[in-house]
Design a protein around this ligand. Structure first.
Ligand SMILES: Cc1cc2nc3c(=O)[nH]c(=O)nc-3n(C[C@H](O)[C@H](O)[C@H](O)COP(=O)(O)O)c2cc1C
Length: 348
C-alpha cells in the first residue's frame, strides 16, 4: 500500500508529509499481528533490565512530541524513542528545514529541536500508557541560560515514566551542544545527572547519544568517561555535518545533519571502534543508515546490541521494521545462529 501512497507523500514537502504521517498514525487501526514475523523469538534480547521483543527501534526525531508511539510500536518496532524534548516548547529553525535527497537515500535536517515541551509531552505520555519499551530523548532549549540545567530538568520530569533516558549531546542544530563531547564538560554533565538520579532514588538507565563527527582520538576518553560514570548504553550515531562530497542530489549542500545511506558506513565504523574501547562493559545501540536485514546485521556484528532507524522508515514506510526483522532472521538461520545476541560483536 505504501508504494501506492509514496508518490503522493513525496510530492509534499518533507515536513508536511511527516506531519501527515503522524496524524494518520494516530488512527492506526492495523492490528499489531500484521507486523509480527515468524520465529521473532530469535530476535528477543535482554538489555537495560528489559526484554526487547526485537532489536529494531525507531530513532529519536520522528515522534518528537510523543503523539504516536503506541501506533509505532504496533508497526513492529522493538522500542520507540520519543524527543528530543526540551524543557520549554519551541518552534525550531525557520522552514524549510528538512530536505529529501532521494537519489542518495538520505535526508538533511536542521529542525532545531521543535517540540511541544516537557509539561505537555509528559501529560501526553501519562494519559496514553505505553504498550512497549519507550525511551525519552532529552536536550536543552535554544535560548537557555544553562544547557546542563535543561538536561537535569528533562531527567527529573521523565525518570518515572520512561524505560530509559537518552542524553542527546550530538544534534548538530543546537549551538554549543556538541561541546559536551569534551571530557571535562561531559564528566560535569553526567555527574549532575547522576546526582538527580540519586536525589530522586531512581535507577533509570541513562544513555548517551554521540556524534559521528568526533575525532578518533576522542573515542577512548568518551568510552572511559561513560564506563566510570555508570552510563547504561551508548547510541552511535546522530546525523553528520560531513560526507557531502560523494552525494549526487542537488540539495546536498543544505545546512544541517545528514542521515540515511551515506551515514551507514561512518556509524558502523564508529560502532566497531567504540566496541573495542568499551570491552563489553557498556552495550551499544547502532543507528545510521539501517535500511535492510543486511545493514542491520552489519551493525550487530560490528558490536551493536540494539539498533534504531529513522530515514529508511521515510523511504520504505510502515513495513520497514517487519521487512528488516524477516531478513535478519533469514541471515541468522543461514549462519546457524540461534539468537541475535550471539552475533553481537562477532565481526568487530
Ligand atoms: C528529520 C530528523 C529529525 C531528527 N531529530 C532528532 C532529534 O530530535 N534528536 C535526536 O537525538 N536525533 C534526531 N535525529 C537523528 C536520528 O535519531 C538518527 O540518529 C539519525 O537520523 C541516523 O539514523 P538514520 O540514518 O536511520 O536516519 C533526527 C533525524 C532526522 C532525519
Amino acid at each position: 500500500m505504501f508504494s501506492v501512497l509514496r508518490p503522493f507523500l513525496f510530492s509534499l514537502n518533507p515536513e508536511t508529509a511527516h506531519d501527515l504521517a503522524i496524524k494518520s498514525l494516530k488512527f492506526n487501526f492495523f492490528p499489531s499481528k500484521m507486523f509480527e514475523v515468524e520465529d521473532e523469538q530469535m530476535l528477543n534480547i535482554h538489555l537495560l533490565g528489559k526484554n526487547f521483543p526485537n532489536p529494531i527501534g525507531l530513532a529519536a526525531g520522528f515522534d518528537k512530541s510523543a503523539e504516536a508511539y503506541n501506533s509505532l510500536l504496533k508497526l513492529g518496532f522493538g522500542f520507540v524513542e520519543i524527543g528530543t524534548v526540551t524543557p520549554v516548547k519551541q518552534y525550531g529553525n525557520p522552514k524549510p528545514r528538512i530536505f529529501r535527497l532521494e537519489d542518495d537515500r538520505a535526508l538533511i535536517n536542521r529542525l532545531g529541536f521543535n517540540n511541544d515541551g516537557m509539561e505537555t509531552i509528559k501529560a501526553r505520555i501519562k494519559s496514553n500508557s505505553k504498550k512497549g519499551i519507550l525511551g525519552v530523548n532529552i536536550g536543552p532549549n535554544k535560548d537557555t541560560k544553562s544547557q546542563k540545567n535543561d538536561f537535569c530538568l528533562g531527567l527529573k520530569n521523565f525518570f518515572d515514566i520512561a524505560d530509559y533516558i537518552t542524553v542527546n549531546i550530538s544534534s548538530p542544530n543546537t549551538e554549543g551542544l556538541r561541546d559536551f563531547h569534551d571530557q571535562k564538560k561531559l564528566i560535569d554533565l553526567i555527574g549532575a545527572l547522576n546526582k538527580v538520579k540519586k536525589d530522586n532514588g531512581t535507577n533509570i538507565p541513562l544513555l548517551l547519544k554521540i556524534s559521528p563527527d568526533i575525532n578518533n582520538s576522542d573515542i577512548p576518553e568518551i568510552a572511559d568517561t561513560a564506563i566510570k560514570n555508570s552510563i547504561s548504553a551508548i547510541i552511535l550515531t546522530n546525523t553528520t555535518n560531513n560526507n557531502r562530497g560523494n552525494l549526487i542530489s542537488g540539495l546536498k549542500n543544505e545546512k544541517g545533519g545528514l542521515s540515511g545511506e551515506p551515514l551507514n558506513e561512518i556509524s558502523t565504523n564508529m560502532i566497531k571502534k567504540f566496541y573495542k574501547e568499551l570491552n563489553n562493559k557498556i552495550p551499544i545501540i547502532g543507528v545510521g543508515g539501517v535500511n535492510s536485514g543486511k545493514s542491520a546485521y552489519e551493525k550487530i556484528i560490528a558490536g551493536a546490541s540494539l539498533l534504531q532507524l529513522y530515514t529508511s522508515f521515510v523511504y520504505k514506510g510502515p513495513s520497514t521494521a517487519k521487512d528488516i526483522k524477516k531478513e535478519l532472521i533469514q541471515i541468522l538461520k543461514a549462519k546457524g545462529i540461534a539468537n541475535i545476541k550471539d552475533a553481537v560483536g562477532t565481526g568487530a
